[in-house]
Design a protein around this ligand. Structure first.
Ligand code: SAM
Ligand code: SF4
Length: 384
């Protein structure tokens, strides 16, 4: 094995939990950040033997920037000692945490890419997301980041928010584009059935009726027209600004995840650190104790690789995924205009990309216990 080149670090601190969010994070626990940082540094040391010079690092959360500029700089310094010269180092930031001092410190510490979690510019829709902060903060944060010299900034948006109309979505996209981001991630709101959020917003979501059915197409049309490449289901980039870290996940590369709740996949082993801040802090030096490990089969890895590859515009390598492709379905999907098959690639057509989950479910053979691979890989690998 040649060593893992992609590293994710999870920082589970938030000012307040947003109603819709299912990622592991805590609120009101910043006092534990110094102890957590020590544990992260210890886990980084422990994992060093598994690493090649890192090509990409992603600090996600939670809200990484809530631990403050100095602790982040210390973490980045430790990480950079393990990085290749041209490594991409992304840091997620919530707009309200971005001050000139933080922006300058992140750049000096080696962050090469910032991902700003905006979600929506509308005060009303932010309320419906049960999200703190105000809509003006994103523009101020972008200005601050650019002034500090950050040349690669991505924005996260969510669509399909309760109460969102077509006009509201178009307004959000226009507001995002006016900030001239290098990259955009646009996720359809996913709501865990049976959650408190689902119960609170059920009526409003039903009231939206068919209007929201076309939101995804609107997102793609508007961002493509503005010059962004739709390079993955939910991700859009100006030329050369694709997220290299996520491209690694989608290409099926091994990755290590440090921190409470983070996932790792190395060869045929996958493990998750237990999503519990105190247990993670308490196990410093014995991280194996806070892991849940599963053995993957070669077939499952291939299936995941096919799934993830097909989500990207360049598709999946035909020869590589042949063993998990249903040949009858392939012919039928091809005939019906959902996939293109060349000699070396299988790609989804534009029509196919809008129904990617359904196309993949038909194209790929059922295998034992298929698991959904990372849809928002930046947030800690599969299922975090
Ligand atoms: C886990 S969050 C962390 C980033 C940051 N704390 C924030 O809130 O912006 C990463 C991204 O995942 C997306 N996300 C989180 N929960 C989601 C959900 N239920 N449905 C769709 N996207 C979601 C948001 O776009 C968010 O920016
Ligand atoms: S969406 Fe971001 S800020 Fe909100 S709870 Fe999740 S991680 Fe924290």
């Amino acid at each position: 094995m040649s060593g893992v080149a992609h590293l994710y670090i999870h920082l589970p601190f938030c000012a307040r939990r947003c109603g819709y969010c299912d990622f592991y994070s805590t609120s009101g626990k910043e006092a534990r950040a110094p102890a957590y940082l020590e544990s992260l540094l210890a886990e980084l040391e422990e994992a060093a033997d598994l690493m090649a010079p890192l090509q990409s690092v992603y600090l996600g959360g939670g809200t990484p920037t809530r631990i403050g500029a100095r602790p982040l700089a210390r973490l980045l310094a430790a990480v950079r000692r393990r990085c290749a010269a041209e490594a991409e180092i992304s840091v997620e930031a919530n707009p309200e945490t971005v001050t000139p001092a933080l922006a300058g410190s992140l750049l000096a510490a080696g962050a090469t890419r910032i991902s700003l979690g905006v979600q929506s510019f509308s005060e009303r829709l932010r309320r419906n997301l049960e999200r703190s902060g105000d809509a003006g903060q994103a523009a101020r944060a972008m200005k601050t980041l650019r002034a500090a010299g950050h040349g690669n900034v991505s924005l996260d948006l969510i669509f399909g928010i309760p109460g969102q109309t077509r006009a509201g979505l178009e307004k959000d996209l226009a507001a995002a584009l006016s900030l001239e981001p290098d990259h955009l991630s646009c996720y359809e709101l996913s709501i865990r059935p049976g959650s408190g959020y689902a119960r609170r917003w059920e009526a409003k979501l039903k009231a939206a009726g068919a209007e929201s059915d076309h939101f995804y197409e609107i997102v793609v049309d508007i961002l493509e027209a503005a010059g962004y490449r739709w390079y993955e289901t939910s991700n859009f980039a100006l030329p050369g600004r694709e997220c290299r870290h996520n491209l690694g996940y989608w290409a099926g590369a091994d990755y290590l995840g440090l921190g409470a709740g983070a996932w790792s996949t190395v060869g045929l082993k996958r493990w998750q650190n237990i999503p519990d801040l105190e247990r993670y802090i308490g196990r410093t030096g014995k991280f194996v104790d806070v892991r849940r490990t599963e053995d993957l089969t070669a077939e499952l890895k291939l299936w995941e690789r096919a799934m993830l590859g097909l989500r990207c515009d360049h598709g999946a390598d035909r020869g590589e995924i042949a063993a998990v492709v249903d040949l009858e379905q392939e012919k039928s999907l091809h005939r019906n205009g959902f996939i293109m098959t060349g000699s070396d690639k299988i790609c989804l057509t534009r029509a196919g990309r809008f129904v990617a989950n359904e196309v993949c479910a038909r194209l790929l053979r059922n295998i034992e216990e298929p698991r959904r691979p990372a849809e928002r890989a930046g947030c800690g690998g599969p299922g975090t």
